[in-house]
Structures are given as C-alpha cells and as structure tokens.
Design a protein. Structure first.
Length: 514
C-alpha cells in the first residue's frame, strides 16, 4: 500500500458493508494536529515517603520531590502574579485620568497573551533540554512531556512547577515595557506585539541566561532573578517603543508637566510590587532555604534604602516629602537590588538630552537599574552566599578576587541591551507596514484620551467638582451667623464622543485634560 493511499485511509471511517466514508474536514484537521503534536495521556503514579515527600514514578525510576520546595515556589508564583496588576496601578496613577484605565487593562491583557504564548511554545523555546547556545527547540511544544519530568534547575521540584513559576517572569516583562505606549497607542495591535516580542526577544534572552545550555550561563554570567531577561530587556524595549511612537502632543510644554492624577494608585502599585518581590527574588532560589531568606532580606533593604534616598533628595530640591518620590525610589531599589542604585536621577535626564518621550521613565528605572544591578553583582557577588542552598557553586565577584566576573556581566548586559533594542525596533517597523497593526493613535484620540477612544470606558465614570471656591466662613462671636449659599456643582459624566465641530479647548473641557 502506498503512503498516499494509507494516509487517505486514515482520513476515512468504515460503516456497514465496509464502505469507507470520509470524515468531516474539521475532524481531519484535529487528526493531523494530533499527529503533529503526538500527544499521549500520561498516568502519573504518585505516592509519599515516610517523611511526607512526594514520590512520582518516572520513566527512569522513582523521583522524590520536596513538598516544602514545591509549596514555596508555588507561593512565590502567586506573589509574582500580584506584581503585574501592581505595575498597572503604578503606571495608571502616574498618568492623567483620561488614560488611567488603559494601563491597568494592558497589564492584565499581557498576562493572558503571555500565558497562551508560554503554553504554546514559549517554555520550550526558553528551557528545553535540547536548547543550543541561543534558543531552545520545540520539544515541549504545548507543554508536551513537562508533567513527567523534574526541573533542570532544581531536581527537588517537578518541571511543571518550574514552568508556571517562569511564566510569571515571562508575563511581567512585557507588562513593564508596554507602559511606554501610554496615552498614544492603539490597544488592539499590542496583543500581536506582546506575543511576537515574547517569542523573539524574551525567550532567547531567558534561554541564554538561565538555560544550562545558554552561552551566558556557560560563560559564567550571574543573574539570580532577571536583571537581563526582565529589567534590561523591558527597559530597552520601552526605549525603542518611545522612539518609534514619537512624542505626545504638547511635549516640552507645561501641558505635559502634570502631576500624577492618583497618588493612591501609585502607592498601591508600589505595595503590590514590593510585596511581590519577595516571591520574585526569594522564589528564584527555587527552594525554601537560606539563600531564599537572604534574597528576601536584600530585597527589602534595597527597596527601603532606595525609597528613603529618593524621598530625601526630593525634599532637598522641593522641600516636600513626596510619596511619589518614595515610591519611585523603592521601585528603583527593587530593580537593582542594591541600595547604591536607589536613586536613578541622572539617567532620567537622558530622555531630554536625546528628545524621546518615555513618559513613565521605564528605561531609566528598569534599563539603567538593571544594568547597574548586573555590574554591581560582579563586584559584590559572594560564593559563600550563593552556596546557602547547598547546591550552587560559583567563583564569586571582585569581593572574592574573581575579577573576570565584571567582563562576564558587561557582556551579558550589552548583549541583552543590544538584542532587545534591535529586535524590538524591527518588530515595530514590520508592524508599521501591516494594516491594522500600527500602534500610534490619532491626535484626536490622544486629546480625548485612550480610555474613551479605545475602550469607551473610564477609570472613574463620574467626578464632581466645585465650580466656585467660596472663602471659608469666619466665625466671629460679635457678628451673627449668616447662611452661606450652596456652591454650584457640575457633574462630569461619561461622554462617548465629543460633538462635531467642537474646538480642542472645548474637547479638553468636556473630557478633562487631567
């Protein structure tokens, strides 16, 4: 029987009389897809040891997992997930009211897109055992074979636990970067951008940094929790996005010198980021041990000193105790994980020197902060601290007289910076020539606000404001009290679109340029 005839027979079903009846086209698609994926149902035999550890019967014999490590990694995963809406609230509070909701929406949309991408092929491209020095293969396409394997990074936890943990890192990275589109982009094309960016930019960087086969890992680069894959790549992508989208309307004028519209959102976002970083950094140990505890201590100290440093510097300049300044410093400390980089004031001036509009200072905070953290790791990394888990063996940094480590860290940082910037620019350039995928929105939508123009919703539907600010009533005992006429109030309600032939000043009055 020829190959073609056998394939044709596989696409038919026999009924009475032995006559072959073709199956439906939809069923044929699923049959071919199943042949490609070669899925098989896995029966996992699970038991417990006398000490309570989990035992799974693997293909090469029993595998023992530590329940404490599994519980800590899963808890850390949930903590990192909280950081993603935290980013949305942090960005939302810093913007104007008319584009506040879009930032929160984008953070949640990023989780959904990356979750599918990670299941589809992201995890396999980053962490497959057959990876080359740059990127993995499709061995674990659709998470095939992940359930029955142990993690390559820690054999005390299953690969499926490591997979969901790394998913959070993959999701938070584009969530950091897309803040650069604030107030001037279409939301729909970002779904395509996040999927492609995760595949082409994040997965290769994560592979060469954390996969045992990656060139940076083989070279000896040290990246405990994502200096290059998360912070440098997202900050550099934000720089490329800012340059590509161009300046917002009113750039360089007092129109854009606005204060954060909701400081409470900024504080809430900082709280979620600070809280989640205990899982982000402490969970990167992939085990409940002293190394995880040390990471949590350093994380909390870095955020604390960073927040205090930035707040004190703000007070020196403005004589005000700025809550936004404290939050900005705390986030910068969390990025660099070192008190020395709590204040990132000088790099923020780069956007004025080079005339790009990074309205949320993502490149300054994450790009520069990540590079600073990588370089300082070469100076202060200690082999004794890395061995707190009883497994990790490194030669340390300058403090251990291992001076070549600085070269390793510079190579890793430079590669991550260059690759992320170039590939992000190429993705944006290609999207620009595809109908329906251009990111830059119209000037009218920018004036009205992204929330209304793209979503038809607001962060706050109704806002009451006083039109007349009456002076306070002074109460004098000799004079009789006189009733004060009530202040007139105007209620702003949601307006789907401004009326035709309305000038820009009237549009700003209707929708509120705050």
């Amino acid at each position: 029987m020829s190959r073609r005839s056998s394939e044709r027979q596989g696409m038919t079903s026999k009924r009475g009389g032995g006559r072959a009846v073709p199956t439906s086209p939809i069923k044929g698609v699923f049959i071919n897809l199943a042949r490609i994926c070669r899925y098989r149902i896995i029966m996992v035999n699970v038991s417990y040891t006398a000490s309570g550890d989990l035992t799974v019967q693997g293909p090469d014999g029993p595998i023992v997992y530590n329940n404490g490590d599994i519980a800590w990694v899963l808890t850390s995963t949930a903590l990192v997930w909280l950081m993603i809406p935290g980013i949305g609230f942090f960005y939302s509070g810093l913007l104007r009211r008319k584009s506040a909701l879009s930032m929160i929406h984008l953070s949640m949309m990023t989780v959904a897109v990356v979750s599918f991408q990670w299941f589809f092929w992201g995890f396999s491209l980053a962490f497959s055992s057959g990876a080359n020095r740059y990127i993995g293969d499709l061995k674990h396409f659709g998470l095939r074979g992940v359930l029955e394997q142990r993690s390559a990074s820690n054999d005390r936890i299953p690969a499926i636990v490591f997979c969901i943990n790394q998913l959070m890192f993959a999701a938070i990275t584009p969530a950091l970067a897309v803040g650069a589109v604030a107030e001037r982009t279409h939301l729909g094309p970002l779904i395509f951008f996040v999927f492609v960016w995760g595949t082409i930019v994040y997965d290769p960087i994560a592979c060469w940094t954390w996969n045992p086969n990656g060139w940076s890992s083989v070279m000896g680069g040290l990246d405990f929790a994502g200096g290059t894959p998360v912070h440098i790549s997202s900050g550099t992508a934000a720089l490329a996005i800012s340059i590509y989208l161009g300046k917002r309307r009113g750039y360089g004028t007092e129109r854009l010198a606005y204060k954060p519209h909701n400081t409470s959102y900024v504080i809430l976002g900082t709280v979620l980021l600070w809280f989640g970083c205990f899982g982000f950094n402490g969970g990167s140990a992939l085990s409940a041990n002293l190394r995880a505890a040390q990471a949590c201590i350093v994380t909390n100290l870095a955020a604390s000193v960073g927040g205090l440093t930035w707040m004190l510097w703000d007070y020196r300049l403005r004589r005000k105790w700025s809550a936004v300044g404290f939050c900005s410093g705390a986030v910068s400390g969390l990025v660099a994980i070192t008190p020395a980089s709590g204040y990132v004031g000088a790099p923020t001036q780069l956007k004025y020197m080079f005339h790009y509009d990074d309205c949320l200072d993502i490149f300054a905070t994450h790009g520069i902060g990540g590079i600073a953290g990588n370089i300082l790791t070469a100076l202060f990394a200690q082999a004794s601290v890395a061995n707190f888990d009883g497994i990790t063996r490194i030669q340390g940094g300058w403090i251990d007289h291992h001076y070549i480590q600085l070269g390793y860290q510079l190579a890793d940082s430079t590669a991550g910076f260059s690759y992320s910037f170039v590939m992000t620019t190429i993705i944006l350039w290609i999207m620009h020539f595809i109908p329906g995928l251009r990111l830059r929105t119209s000037e009218e939508a920018e004036v009205v606000g992204i929330d209304d123009a793209e979503m038809g919703e607001f962060a706050y539907d109704y806002v009451s404001v006083d039109v007349e600010l009456l002076p306070r009533q002074s109460y004098v005992q000799e004079a009789p009290l006189r009733p004060r006429p009530p202040a007139r109030k105007v209620e702003r309600s949601r307006i789907a679109s401004p009326p035709k032939n309305v000038g820009e000043a009237q549009v700003l009055t209707l929708h509120g340029d705050t």
